[in-house]
Design a protein around this ligand. Structure first.
Ligand SMILES: [Zn+2]
Length: 103
């Protein structure tokens, strides 16, 4: 087991990887858990970034190539619509991970 060396008993920061606190002798055991909790898995992070990037590329390409063929209101509508689709995709990607996190 790998620990981060943080002692909950006396708040002493030990060397990484040690199993017992060098100040008070308390067993260090939850370093790995603390390290892993806040960050989603890397695949989820990559997908979440990819969706935002794809949306920015879509809006950029839309404004560049197609926007002149539509009215201002229609273009605003497409902007909102694509933004909503992006948010739904983010929800689908992040929800399974968020559901697994303790409250
Ligand atoms: Zn300690």
């Amino acid at each position: 087991m790998v620990t981060k060396g943080w002692c909950e008993n006396c708040q002493f920061q030990n060397r990484n990887g040690v199993l017992y606190c060098s100040q008070c002798g308390e067993k260090l055991q939850n370093g790995e858990e603390l390290q892993n909790k806040p960050q989603p898995p890397r695949l989820v992070m990559v997908l979440a970034y990819a969706v935002v990037l794809a949306w920015l590329l879509f809006v950029g390409a839309w404004l560049f190539f197609y926007a002149s063929g539509f009215s201002v209101l229609q273009n605003i509508g497409i902007g909102f619509f694509s933004f909503a689709v992006m948010l739904i995709l983010e929800g689908v990607i992040l929800m399974p991970w968020a559901m697994r996190q303790p409250p």
